[in-house]
Ligand binder design. Structure first.
Ligand code: BLA
Length: 302
């Protein structure tokens, strides 16, 4: 009985919790490790408001000596809904992973992706996997039970995830949000540490490859991000499209010239358009496909 009451109390007391606190932590830590220079978002994004007047948008955008775009979007309609889309995209001279925190929460449910997204497919590039993730596996183990695998995820999404990814779905509660905050802090500090150690590619051809890999990532997310339908509902199709291409995944129209179908021809429809399906491979992963050492357990589709 006490357990049930406690749970009830916890699930109701979320009003004081905000993802803005997460972003504040990341900005403060980044400022003490590097120099963040503010970038001003385009005017059309100033004072973005949801059509229904209920949700407020908070955007932040910086660059740093090793970072092309450090940006965050927080959407708050407390206590009904809170969203965080926070990413740090390195400059192409570095092959650093992309910091990715995507949290969607309502009063009852929370959907979480927290990762250091690899720039290169970790199964095709074991050198890249060893370079960045081998030493970080204890981090995933620390949260594996607290933030368990969130169930079905598509093969396509999985190819952008690393062996330390936190992919989780849970009932919103104060306790779970505290765990998520702890994980966010640990993952961000781990990323900052990698950033501090990163050295510029000596070979120009590697910079070109890093740039293409980041462009492919941005192209994927700008087209297939699961948050897009909700953004459209909140601010309308045109503004949502601009927000995605000119802010969240800025670089998609400038870092490379390849199109979505050049990178992902399997999404091509007979009339030449892009299939609206989220997945065409068809394979889903019901459980974590990597073991505690980061080795692949079940075959991953490309
Ligand atoms: C659901 N968000 C999801 C899912 C994933 C992600 C894997 C489960 C559904 C699926 O497999 O497609 C997140 N997917 C990612 C990320 C990558 C990826 C980060 O491939 C990176 C490569 N989520 C947001 C934002 C909103 C949001 C900004 O990040 C809203 C504005 C909402 N995500 C959202 C919602 C769902 C979701 C509503 C559940 C509904 C659905 O699955 O369509």
């Amino acid at each position: 009985m006490l357990h049930v009451l406690l749970k009830l109390h916890q699930s109701m007391d979320l009003s004081s919790f905000s993802y803005l606190q997460f972003v504040q932590f990341a900005v403060e830590q980044a400022q003490s490790h590097t120099i963040l220079s503010p970038l001003s978002p385009q005017e059309k994004f100033n004072n973005l408001k949801a059509r229904d007047g209920n949700a407020t948008f908070h955007m932040l955008s910086f660059r740093a000596p090793k970072v092309r775009h450090f940006r965050s979007l927080c959407i708050e309609a407390r206590p009904a809904m809170q969203v965080l889309d926070f990413a740090v995209l390195p400059k192409p001279e570095f092959d650093l992973p992309i910091f990715c925190a995507n949290f969607f929460s309502t009063a009852s449910l929370c959907i979480v992706v927290l990762d250091l997204n690899p720039l290169y497919d970790v199964e095709l590039r074991s050198d890249y996997k060893d370079k960045y993730y081998k030493n970080l596996m204890p981090l995933y183990q620390k949260y594996a039970e607290l933030l368990p695998w969130g169930g079905k995820v598509t093969g396509e999404s999985l190819s952008f995830f690393s062996p330390i990814v936190v992919w989780s779905k849970f009932n919103s509660s104060r306790g779970m949000h505290q765990i998520l905050y702890a994980a966010f802090k640990d993952y961000f500090m781990a990323w900052l540490n990698l950033m501090e150690q990163a050295t510029k590619e000596a070979d120009e051809s590697k910079t070109v490859k890093n740039c293409e890999a980041q462009h492919k990532y941005l192209t994927w997310r700008a087209e297939k991000d699961p948050g897009y339908p909700l953004l459209k509902r909140l601010i309308g199709e045109d503004l949502a499209n601009d927000l995605v291409r000119q802010f969240l995944f800025e670089g998609v129209d400038s870092l490379g010239t390849k199109s979505f179908l050049d990178y992902f021809p399997e999404y091509s429809c007979e009339d030449g358009s892009i299939s609206q399906k989220r997945s065409v491979i068809g394979k889903v992963y019901n459980s974590r496909p990597w073991d505690a050492g980061g080795e692949l357990i079940s075959g991953k589709d490309r």
